[in-house]
Design a binder for this molecule. Structure first.
Ligand SMILES: [Fe+2]
Length: 306
């Protein structure tokens, strides 16, 4: 059996659809996001780059794609609808996993008008006990999806917060479930990839954008182990190592997948991870693909074993 598995990661596409926006929709936190989007020349998010990304991923045939949140910008129904169509073009729901970011829960919304459009892409392999079909409780976080010998574990940090903040919180109940999932998948010797929107490493982002219970998350991961943590939110490349008794866990963040930002560390990119079983456990190889505005395509920039 071929024990190699390829995983593509990107984040924060921020698909904004302000067309037809009505004043009542802006009488809340959305006003801040909307103004910021316009003031920063549409915040440098490009649909053209997303189209190139989609083509690249289609031709690269990764075994699975993970997206760590902020698919939308203002949590509008139209944004959810459009991103749902985009997800369908990217791949079937069993091959693409989505977790929400703070912009996807910018304000309190109605499930049927928003996340219901992506439900299949966010769902657990198995429904958590006690959940009825067709309800949002099917997506009780953390989400666990197992593909080959890879456990994809999605944590939700997104929740509506006041207009001046972009913080995230995991919460006690979700952390308890995360502990169980990490222990169980570890016992089965699966490679555990944890997806989380907010960076769990201190000082990666400022206080206004922090993960409020990052210390508790790190304690759980240190206690139970994981092989890789992937995040978004910072809109720049970040790499850190979480020291655990068994070694070090790579924690890797990525810029927005649609960013046309001139600063190299913030330019759109996606990562391809290649996981391979070896004598001591798992080998992880990472390849970074960066968008080149001159060539209008993604170019492999560097690769390394992590
Ligand atoms: Fe974002």
């Amino acid at each position: 059996m071929d024990e190699t598995f390829t995983l593509a990661h990107f984040s924060d596409p921020h698909c904004c659809c302000p067309d037809g926006i009505r004043v009542p929709e802006l009488l809340n936190k959305r006003l801040f996001g909307y103004l910021k989007w316009w003031l920063h020349r549409h915040a440098g998010y490009s649909n053209e780059i997303l189209a190139v990304l989609q083509q690249d991923l289609k031709s690269g045939h990764p075994d699975h794609i993970v997206i760590t949140g902020d698919l939308t910008h203002l949590s509008r129904t139209e944004e959810f609808r459009r991103t749902a169509k985009w997800l369908q073009c990217l791949g079937p729901s069993w091959q693409v996993t989505v977790i929400p970011g703070n912009h996807d829960m910018y304000v309190k919304t109605i499930w049927e008008n928003t996340f219901a459009h992506w439900a299949d892409y966010m769902a657990c392999d198995e429904k958590p006990p006690g959940t009825a079909p067709g309800t949002n409780t099917e997506i009780t976080y953390p989400v666990l999806r197992i593909r080959d010998r890879i456990a994809i574990i999605g944590v939700c940090t997104a929740r509506p917060v006041n207009p001046l903040l972009a913080v995230g919180t995991i919460g006690k109940v979700q952390l308890q479930r995360l502990e169980q999932i990490l222990l169980e998948t570890g016992r089965r010797q699966l490679l555990r990839v944890v997806l989380i929107h907010h960076p769990p490493v201190a000082a990666t982002v400022g206080w206004r954008k922090r993960l409020t219970d990052a210390d508790r998350f790190r304690s759980v991961v240190k206690r139970c182990g994981a092989e890789l943590v992937l995040h978004g939110h910072a809109h720049r490349s970040c790499q850190a190592l979480l020291e655990v008794p068994m070694g070090k866990i790579p924690v890797i963040g990525i810029p927005s997948a649609s960013a046309s930002d001139p600063r190299p560390e913030r330019r759109a990119r996606y990562h391809i991870y290649r996981f391979r079983r070896n004598a001591t456990g798992w080998g992880i190889h990472m390849k970074v693909h960066v968008y080149s505005p001159n060539n209008r395509r993604f170019i492999p920039e560097l690769e390394m074993d992590i």
